[in-house]
Design a protein around this ligand. Structure first.
Ligand code: ACO
Length: 320
């Protein structure tokens, strides 16, 4: 048995923030952002937290799968921007959708989070522990961005994507994940003061700090490397894969990946122009779009690949 995606859902906040909107308070330029990143606009949450976005995406995925929430045995939310340190966003989702038979927890693997979640659930399904689960990528990174830092804040958007996953004969063929903790300082965000308030700490939360060039260099090398590795290890020809659904961080990274993998850009779907980088949500949002507009057909071979803070990376080859 393996894990198969049987339903998808996505939800993004209503408020659209264009590059021109950013120019009102930031020394930046619409043409620069489009050319250097491919982003035209992003969705930014005003009232809704990460849990609300996750719940809406989950509800849509469950409706798409046509299952009863009580059939769900495990809820995994991949997020780096949960509303609260505890309980988990997954607990909020489990309660709100009525998945009363499910265990629920969050994982943090930044933009690789959805792939990590799929990898974990695949393990549970292969070992026969669970049959039906929900993996969600949900973020409101807008709340941890330094909106005066033009080199990072222009990149990100808020959103959530979800997948209902069930044990089946066909589905995930192979997952591959990795971490390089020595590069943790390339992209990070302080959650709490390192000192407690009793010994002089302050209850302040920090903003995201990113070395964009390092992330860029890492991504253009690592994404093709793991995609090629998964193709090799499964004996799959690159032309036999219909869709390469890669984390939406920058169109230049996607174009470079296409060149290095040796595939045409038509095989790499892009929606970063509308949503920016939604971190753990980017892959499931894209899968949902492609499923609903008919681009994804049952039996298609699909590769997913993400990378992000950690540094983390992951890839999956699956049959849709
Ligand atoms: N508007 C206008 N000019 C800008 C902006 C901006 N928003 N940001 C930077 N610049 C300027 C810089 O100041 C610099 O000016 P200078 O030459 O006078 O010093 C110039 O543009 C070039 O800056 P670079 O940093 O060299 O630009 P680069 O081409 O590297 O692009 C970018 C920067 C877009 C951040 C790129 O490095 C990138 O995409 N990196 C990957 C980031 C990423 O994917 N992060 C998410 C990882 S996923 C996760 O885990 C959350």
């Amino acid at each position: 048995m393996t894990a198969r995606i049987i339903g998808t859902g996505a939800y993004v906040p209503e408020r659209i923030v264009t590059n021109k909107d950013l120019m009102a308070f930031l020394d930046t330029d619409d043409a620069w952002i489009r050319e250097r990143t491919g982003i035209c606009e992003r969705r930014i949450s005003t009232e809704e937290g990460t849990s609300v976005l996750a719940i809406r995406a989950a509800e849509r995925a469950i409706a798409d799968a046509g299952i009863d929430p009580k059939e769900i045995e495990i809820v995994i939310v991949a997020t780096s921007s949960a509303d609260r340190s505890f309980p988990s966003a997954a607990s909020d989702v489990q309660g709100a959708i009525g998945a009363e038979n499910a265990v629920a927890f969050d994982i943090t693997a930044a933009c690789s989070g959805f792939i990590y979640g799929l990898h974990i659930l695949q393990g549970f399904i292969q070992s026969g522990i669970y049959r039906t689960g929900l993996v969600i990528g949900a973020e409101t990174l807008s709340k941890v961005l330094d909106w005066s830092d033009r080199s990072s804040c222009i990149l990100f958007g808020d959103g959530a994507g979800a997948a209902v996953i069930r044990a089946d004969e066909e589905g995930v063929i192979r997952t591959l994940v990795g971490t390089d903790g020595k590069k943790a300082d390339v992209l990070w965000c302080q959650a709490r003061s390192l000192r407690n308030c009793l010994t002089g700490g302050k209850p302040e939360l920090g903003f995201m700090v990113m070395d964009g060039k390092e992330v860029f260099k890492f991504a253009v090398k690592k994404v093709p490397e793991i995609v090629n590795q998964i193709l090799e290890e499964t004996g799959t020809a690159r032309e036999d894969v219909q869709h390469y659904v890669l984390h939406q961080a920058n169109t230049r990274i996607l174009e470079s990946a296409a060149r290095r993998i040796g595939i045409p850009m038509e095989k790499i779907p892009v929606n970063i122009d509308r949503y920016g980088n939604t971190s753990a949500a980017s892959i499931p949002i894209l899968l949902d779009e492609m499923s609903r507009d008919g681009r994804l057909k049952r039996g298609d071979k699909v590769i997913l690949s993400g990378f992000g803070a950690g540094l983390t990376w992951g890839a999956a080859l699956l049959t849709w």
